[in-house]
Ligand binder design. Structure first.
Ligand code: ADP
Length: 270
């Protein structure tokens, strides 16, 4: 907000040719429009889970006052709406940390295969009617990574696979070693991404034109945050997709060299 204010003052103060001043004004106005659109989408996204949350809490309050039985499912649903709001706020905070160059990483030797397993287990509750098939590597895969941030990347890819695929679809998660790299893929049978939009998905706030905010909620921040995290681990993230057939997201991370998760195999004496 301040940035745009300063930009407009600057345009007014500086001695510029009319043409240049006009161009800068148009750019500032476009920046204001993008900001306002974003604020309206973000407020709407944050408000959507608040209404059912507030209704469920009111029901609980009434039942408790009357001494009636409280269904644990009501509490569980209330918590899920709360988690959704927390997730959105965390994404907004992470995105601004990235912009400010202040997203801290705490890397350590991490077993990627166990990490993926753990994320998939934690996401069971969000699976709905989808099936998840995990193809594990034959050996433990060690990377040097911030486990919390990598979990965030994997969870985001799996969440998107659920979100953008029809009910009942099967999501294939694969993890393999390819030379000195660990390659993770998340494949869904979903709506796919138009070819000209595939490179833009990792940009901040970008949402492809085949997703409307009415049918699929979201802020367009998950992949932006994921790309930053993956690249700062020396890795790469990309997508292959076909509209109407599905998408496969790939993450390649350098394997930790010189460390093994298993004790070395003893060589027989010569
Ligand atoms: P969000 O899902 O909140 O919009 P993301 O940054 O995670 O934010 O994704 C950005 C965009 O990429 C989405 O809006 C959607 O257009 C597209 N996208 C991401 N994952 C998939 C997927 N598995 N299938 C189809 N489109 C996807």
């Amino acid at each position: 907000v301040l940035g745009i204010g300063v930009m407009i003052e600057d345009i007014t103060d500086r001695k510029l040719a009319d043409e240049e001043r006009g161009r800068l004004y148009r750019e500032a106005q476009e920046a204001i429009r993008v900001r306002d659109d974003f604020l309206s989408i973000a407020s709407h996204e944050l408000k959507t889970p608040l209404t059912p949350l507030s209704l469920r809490l009111a029901t609980l309050e009434r039942k408790l006052e009357r001494g009636e039985h409280v269904d644990p499912a009501t509490l569980r649903h209330a918590r899920q709406h709360l988690l959704r709001i927390t997730g959105l706020i965390n994404d907004l905070l992470d995105a601004s940390r990235i912009e400010a160059g202040r997203l801290a990483l705490h890397p350590e030797a991490t077993r990627l295969d166990s990490l993926v397993e753990h994320v998939l287990q934690a996401m069971e509750v969000h699976r709905g009617s989808h099936t998840v098939h995990f193809e594990r590597p034959h050996q433990p895969l060690l990377v040097r990574a911030d486990p919390y941030r990598l979990e965030q990347v994997i969870a985001n890819l799996v969440e998107n696979a659920f979100k953008y695929s029809p009910d009942g679809g099967t999501i294939h998660v694969e993890l393999h070693q390819r030379g000195d790299v660990a390659l993770l893929s998340v494949k869904d049978p979903g709506i796919g991404i138009p070819p000209d939009q595939q490179k833009l998905l990792f940009d901040r706030y970008f949402r492809a034109r085949n997703v409307s905010s009415r049918s699929y909620g979201g802020l367009g921040l998950g992949l932006y945050i994921s790309r930053d995290i993956v690249e700062r681990h020396g890795g790469r993230i990309w997508v292959e997709s076909e509209v109407g057939r599905g998408s496969t997201f790939y993450v390649a991370l350098p394997l930790l060299v010189g460390a093994t998760a298993e004790p070395p195999v003893e060589q027989p004496d010569r």
